[in-house]
Design a protein around this ligand. Structure first.
Ligand SMILES: [Zn+2]
Length: 371
């Protein structure tokens, strides 16, 4: 028994070291069993660590995507820190507990898009308004969608000559402090790209601009053998598929799927249906994980599909179907509050991120690995 434990431990260490799960750990339905949430604030750190130890670890979650953004006391760019941000000591606590349980932390900073939310400009463009792809579009006092500017979130201009120096400083610092061998760059829901008003980008092919930014980030990470993860929505044709402008692209970025590097990981999020888009990504040579949110029945179907894909795939395709990542879009504090305040078991039809997480991971226990 001990020998088996040792072999399993060695396996986890090896998977961790190479930064990619190439095969499912013994007895698990697929290699990546993830959880994605906003990084906690210092005040919630203790409870979040309890959640890792008591909820994530026993469920064999092995990948934790933490959306950090500016919630860290960056030394390279202190001017970009949130007013209340995690300290180096806080992060070390997270790294220690995750290493103890074989959980790979993948920190995220939103690059390219999501540089604002509703009526608020986030730190990068607030400090560096010169990076704004659409500086002429003012933030509204009262945000509403739709609006005349088509403003969802601001983007930075990927062709600005100084933007990468700043954002890559942040990427490097956060990967180092989290001891991360992978980084999540977000890159979802980029509505402003190649805008006609941008003197650098106007007239460029939007798919080429998107792919160029993926390559730039990937090549930077590769220097330290780190792996790039991104959301998949910009790579799907929203009109042809009927998937719409949020979980797929209406602005012609989808052709970038044939231009981007194949060694990145695609987080393919679909919250309303178990769309079969992982097959599309895998057939393009990309490794993919499916990401549910708040509907347990959708998550269960997606998990069953992931096993089915692996069972029916060629050996070349099989390992591209890498697993699942449960996503949570409220702050960690709000999620933890609902998690611990309402511990009663709920039916599968009870649609919340907490219940989706519980039902999905309970279901994973019943699934067998593909032969
Ligand atoms: Zn531009």
């Amino acid at each position: 028994m001990k020998k088996i434990t040792l072999i399993c431990s060695l396996f986890f260490c090896m998977s961790y070291a190479i930064g990619q799960a190439d095969v499912s750990p013994v007895g698990e339905p697929f290699p990546i069993r993830g959880f994605c949430i906003g990084a906690p604030r210092t005040a919630d750190l203790k409870e979040f660590i309890r959640f890792i130890e008591e909820e994530l670890a026993p469920r064999k979650v092995n990948t934790l995507i933490l959306r950090v953004d500016f919630n860290y006391q960056f030394k390279s760019h202190p001017e970009l820190r949130d007013s209340s941000a995690l300290t180096e000591t806080d992060v070390r606590k997270l790294v220690t507990v995750c290493r103890k349980y074989g959980i790979r932390i993948i920190p995220q900073i939103n690059l390219l898009g999501h540089q604002s939310w509703a009526g608020t400009v986030h730190n990068l463009l607030r400090v560096h308004p010169e990076f704004d792809e659409t500086p002429h579009i003012a933030m509204p006092e009262k945000y509403e969608w739709p609006n005349k500017d088509g403003l969802y979130c601001k983007s930075y201009c990927p062709l600005h000559p100084d933007v990468h120096k700043v954002v890559f400083d942040l990427v490097d610092e956060i990967c180092t402090i989290f001891k991360a061998d992978a980084f999540h760059a977000g890159m979802d829901e980029v509505f402003y790209i190649g805008h006609d008003s941008c003197t650098r980008c106007s007239g460029h092919d939007k798919a080429e601009l998107f792919a160029g930014e993926v390559w730039a980030i990937r090549n930077h990470l590769q220097k330290k053998e780190r792996q790039l993860w991104i959301w998949g929505d910009r790579l799907i044709d929203g009109k042809n598929t009927g998937l719409g402008m949020w979980e797929a692209s209406y602005n012609n970025t989808y052709r970038a799927i044939d231009m981007i590097p194949k060694d990145i990981i695609i987080c393919d999020w679909h919250y309303e249906r178990a769309d079969q888009t992982p097959v599309y990504f895998a057939m393009k040579g990309l490794t993919v994980v499916t990401c549910p949110y708040r509907k347990p029945d959708v998550a269960v179907s997606q998990a069953d599909d992931m096993v089915k894909y692996r069972q029916s795939a060629t050996p070349e395709m099989k390992e591209r179907y890498a697993g699942m990542v449960q996503t949570v879009w409220s702050p960690a504090s709000a999620f933890l509050k609902s998690y611990y305040n309402d511990s009663n078991e709920k039916p599968v039809t009870y649609n919340t991120p907490v219940n989706c997480f519980k039902v999905l991971y309970k279901h994973l226990k019943t699934l067998k690995p593909a032969q």
